[in-house]
Design a protein around this ligand. Structure first.
Ligand code: ADE
Ligand code: ZN
Length: 336
């Protein structure tokens, strides 16, 4: 995909990025070798060829399988450093990265190992690449709520390094309401709240209603099915609850990019932004996602800049950083 100069230059903010979903096959092989792990595939091409998902569940199988090579703090550092380097090259100024501690603690890798590796990469990337970042800890919704609560408690000594909590993994049969208590406690502890409401999932509207009315999240990850319920769309617009949409990811787990839903939601006053989700698996980082919006949505540069501003607005970045990125977006738009 050819990335236009404008899309590349546009200052960007990424709010929906699973750091474990940035594990490229090349790094997977390098870490497997370092940790003496035998992979089922023998070449990078074979690994990429195995990525033929047609729904969320088939993607998640590959995603969790891939993580098995992540063992030491250095592995998590290398993973995050590779992503932050790529993001900085695409003019991402600020990123809120999801991480899935339970996907590691459940196989014997400690919380401390994971977060120390990620943290070191964040500090180094800020200093050397000028990209700022924060962490959002996601609970796996297909595990018991008790395990999520235990993970929340385990995270408390590292609270200064974690900005918010999210909910991801297999949504079918795992409604937001299962985690009401966990999220109430997370709020009490000072964490900001977001949750996945994946695209075209069974009971999607009821899940979206729960996250807005019962859990009272600040943002929703994906969530574009809200258009099926105009009253909830109005609530999102009125309360400034934003959506983090992931067009390329949508093409893999559903029946299209859903870009037409993004433009419709924006026209109704909902702050939607564009993100990459699991770029190593879906084959596109944030610039490729913006380019797909430009090509398929037939939108102009001003609209792309609006999408980038939406990300700034609904991000949890410090106010001075938000102001600086907005000014830069305006400057790049005025040059084009
Ligand atoms: N975990 C990683 N990526 C995810 C996605 N797109 N939806 C749900 N869980 C995920
Ligand atoms: Zn996601």
């Amino acid at each position: 995909m050819e990335i236009s100069t404008f899309v590349n230059d546009l200052p960007k903010v990424e709010l929906h990025l699973h750091i474990e979903g940035t594990l490229e096959p090349e790094l997977k092989f390098a870490l497997a070798e370092r940790n003496s792990i035998q992979l089922t595939h023998s070449t990078v091409e074979e690994v990429r060829a195995s990525y033929n998902f047609n729904d969320l569940a088939s993607f998640l199988t590959s995603y969790y399988d891939g993580m098995n090579v992540l063992r030491t703090a250095e592995d998590f550092y290398d993973l995050a450093m590779a992503y932050l380097t790529k993001a900085a090259s695409q003019n991402v100024r600020y990123v809120e990265m999801f991480f899935d501690p339970q996907a590691h603690t459940c196989r014997g890798v400690s919380f401390d190992t994971v977060i120390h590796g990620l943290r070191r990469a964040q500090l180094e990337a800020e200093k050397n690449l000028g990209i700022r970042s924060n962490l959002i800890m996601c609970f796996l919704r297909d595990f018991q709520a008790e395990y999520a609560m235990a993970t929340l408690l385990e995270s408390l000594p590292y609270k200064a390094w974690i900005l918010g909590v999210g909910l991801d993994s297999d949504e079918t049969g795992n409604a937001p309401a299962k985690f009401t208590e966990v999220f109430a406690r997370a709020r009490q502890e000072g964490y900001l709240l977001t949750m996945h409401c994946d695209v075209d999932i069974k009971d999607s509207i009821e899940h979206i209603r729960q996250v807005i009315e019962d859990i009272q999240v600040a943002r929703i990850d994906h969530g574009t099915n809200v258009l099926e319920n105009p009253a909830l769309v109005e609530v999102l617009a009125d309360k400034g609850i934003g959506l983090t949409s992931c067009p390329i990811s949508n093409t893999w787990v559903s029946d299209g990019s859903k870009i037409e839903l993004v433009t419709e939601l924006v026209s109704k006053g909902v702050k939607v932004c564009i993100n990459s989700d699991d770029p190593a698996y879906f084959g596109g980082y944030i610039a490729e996602n913006f380019q797909l919006v430009a090509d398929e949505g037939k939108v102009d540069n001003a609209f792309l800049a609006q999408l980038s501003r939406n990300a700034v607005d609904i991000s949890w970045a410090p106010l001075d950083l938000k102001a600086a990125i907005r000014a830069e977006i305006d400057e790049v738009l005025s040059r084009n």
